[in-house]
Design a protein around this ligand. Structure first.
Ligand SMILES: Cc1cc2nc3c(=O)[nH]c(=O)nc-3n(C[C@H](O)[C@H](O)[C@H](O)COP(=O)(O)O)c2cc1C
Ligand SMILES: Nc1ncnc2c1ncn2[C@@H]1O[C@H](COP(=O)(O)OP(=O)(O)OP(=O)(O)O)[C@@H](O)[C@H]1O
Ligand SMILES: [Mg+2]
Length: 585
């Protein structure tokens, strides 16, 4: 593959490099030092080759675009079209051609007054801006059989401006609008009412959006999708719906178009200032001055993790993650909030009683230690439907589900199929996962290996950690553990916590505190006062249990507020003679 005057070998040999981070960062380091001669050959995986390719493009680009906004460099639609046609990225060409086809179809179906472009300065929006311009001018050229008089871009552009947008996004949007002569309608209300008002006064029937498969809002959408029930009526046109994260960056870098500067600071998908941080997967920490810097967005190797910088924001007040969804005043009072998980073990042997499940109880303790509640721990049979039914039941009632057992190449390893079925997707081969397996299993085993590399399509995130030989998997809110014993579980848990701290995988809550009292009082004596105590302290979990019918009764208090636990304990003491309770762990 020729990139500029350098040659980078595509991975023709079987020597794939497993450690993605190390291999490509060292590759890129070398490249940036300019040590490689014209014919240097690398053995890289396709994502790495793409990263190197984009780096080379960006370095050319940097020299072209210094001085960004003062001198916004305009790309003509002909240049865009030419850049794609001349590129040897076949996949990008296909994606581009499909998008142009969708745009031409839309323009054939609706008049120019009836269409609008929803533009917000994000990377997907930026791609759409250029593809839409190219599509529009190509369409017009076909119609009029000439290129003359084709300088204006008349498609109405709508921008929902918000005070919670990043200033960089705002200024990029305005700069792009003036550079490309966009006719902007600025709307300062929410999407729905803004669109309602707009559609009352304008004849808009179709809106182009930069939505892509993998965006949470893309679920169920096609290239032409009517707006949802309850929304004003229009057609959503999604020309880049099937583009991946890689395709987006390949387009931007191949066409050398400008994009918002935040993407060079580690932001990979941009929402509001309250719910977006740089993607921790791009973080370079400098231990000498304790400073964190971030690599640019186009270097994110696994596009499925583009939203890892969304939703959670580090809260300096509490020193840990908190949910900040609606603004700074809404900092979560984590003591009162509750997140629930459920735990599913897959294994006929546990149900036969041949094997004792130790992972479930350990996982429950671990979840409690990070402040999560466990709503249910179940064991299901090694059977696709049993797994699917249980996951389906639990996934909407819990924030997270942990599932283990039934992972591997054996006939009884049905967990992934069950998870796929629960989400209504199929299992599909995953190249990246297969590489991990190949490294782990070696080349002796071929048949089963491929089978194991099939993952629920479109919903699986691989959770990489350097201490894990094979990544864990997350399918929406289901985390699939591969541990088969406590030691392996401890290790996987440690990795999950580290990933959470660096990338906001799930939320760490205020841990639970518990206190236990023991007494020789009988159940009959304690029953009524305890019931009353539960009503007085509804925010605490107050339980009681015996380890034997004749031994002492244990009363446990569990909650997140030490003072409340102490008050409940005192309130219980007051209901009985002094000295009948003693404290234990
Ligand atoms: C022009 C436009 C049309 C939209 N139409 C719909 C719709 O029909 N149904 C819907 O649920 N959301 C609709 N939305 C909202 C988006 O699905 C989504 O909530 C929004 O783009 C925020 O995405 P983000 O959370 O990734 O930033 C629309 C948004 C825009 C800008
Ligand atoms: N504030 C907004 N104004 C206009 N259009 C918007 C706005 N927010 C979202 N959209 C539309 O929804 C699409 C999807 O938004 P999304 O945030 O997923 O992508 P993006 O902003 O283009 O890129 P990124 O994923 O990097 O944030 C946008 O491309 C745009 O068409
Ligand atoms: Mg965005």
């Amino acid at each position: 593959m020729m990139i500029g005057n350098r040659r980078v070998a595509t991975p023709v040999t079987k020597k794939w490099l497993l450690r993605l981070k190390d291999s490509y960062t060292s590759g890129l380091r070398n490249l940036s030092k300019g040590q490689y001669a014209k014919e240097t050959t690398f053995s890289f995986r396709h994502t790495e080759v793409c990263a190197i390719q984009t780096t080379l493009c960006i370095r050319e680009r940097e020299s072209l675009f210094r001085g960004e906004f003062e001198n916004f460099c305009v790309s003509g639609y002909m240049e865009i079209d030419k850049a794609i046609r001349e590129s040897n990225d076949r996949r990008l060409k296909t994606k581009y051609n499909n998008a142009i086809y969708v745009i031409k179809r839309a323009l054939a179906l609706y008049s120019i007054e009836e269409v609008a472009f929803s533009f917000n300065g994000g990377k997907d929006s930026t791609v759409l801006l250029h593809v839409l311009r190219a599509g529009y001018f190509l369409y017009k050229a076909e119609q009029s059989c000439s290129n003359e008089g084709l300088n204006d871009f008349p498609i109405r552009t709508i921008y929902f401006e918000s005070t919670s947008a990043f200033p960089e996004i705002n200024s990029f949007t305005y700069d792009a609008a003036s550079a490309y002569g966009l006719q902007m309608d600025i709307i300062r209300t929410d999407f729905k009412s803004g669109l309602e008002d707009l559609l009352k006064t304008k004849p808009i029937r179709a809106i182009f959006l930069g939505v892509r498969i993998g965006d949470p809002t893309a679920v169920g959408q096609e290239q032409f999708s009517p707006s949802s029930p309850g929304w004003p009526s229009f057609m959503r046109v999604n020309p880049i719906l099937d583009w991946s994260y890689r395709d987006v960056w390949a387009f931007i870098l191949t066409c050398k178009v400008q994009y918002c500067s935040l993407y060079d600071q580690g932001y990979t998908s941009i929402g509001s200032i309250y719910d977006t941080v740089p993607n921790a997967l791009l973080c370079i920490s400098d231990s000498s001055n304790r400073k964190e810097t971030f690599r640019p967005a186009y270097l994110l190797s696994d596009g499925r993790l583009e939203r890892a910088g969304r939703v959670k924001k580090f809260s300096p007040v509490s020193g840990s993650f908190s949910a900040v969804s609606n603004g700074p005043d809404n900092i979560d009072l984590r003591k009162n909030s509750m997140l629930t998980a459920s735990v599913i073990a897959v294994g006929d042997e546990i149900l036969f009683g041949t094997i004792e499940d130790q992972l479930g109880p350990s996982l429950c303790r671990k979840l409690h230690s990070i402040g999560w509640s466990v709503s249910q721990a179940t064991v299901v049979r090694n059977d696709v439907d049993s797994v699917a039914e249980e996951v389906e039941r639990q996934k909407s009632n819990n924030d997270l589900i942990f599932i283990y057992g039934g992972i591997g190449p054996l006939h009884s390893d049905v967990t992934l199929s069950g998870v796929a079925k629960a989400f209504g997707v199929r299992l599909a081969p995953d190249e990246e996962f297969e590489e991990y397996l190949r490294h782990l299993i070696g080349d002796q085993c071929t048949g089963d290996r491929n089978e194991m590399a099939q993952l629920p399509e479109g919903i699986t995130e691989l959770l990489h950690h350097e201490n894990l030989p094979v990544p864990l998997m997350k399918c929406q809110n289901v985390i699939i553990l591969t541990a088969t014993n406590i030691m392996e579980l401890d290790k996987e848990w440690e990795c999950l916590i580290e990933l959470t701290k660096s990338g906001g995988l799930f939320e760490m809550m205020e841990p639970y505190i518990s206190k236990c009292l023991i007494t020789q009082l009988s159940d009959v004596e304690t029953a009524q006062p305890l019931s009353k105590l539960c009503l007085e302290f509804p925010d605490l979990y107050i339980g009681s249990y015996r380890r034997s019918r004749t031994g002492p009764l244990t009363i446990s208090f569990r909650g997140k507020d030490q003072a409340r636990i102490e008050s409940a304990k005192e309130a219980l003491y007051e209901k009985f003679h002094p000295g009948v309770f003693s404290e234990t762990n």
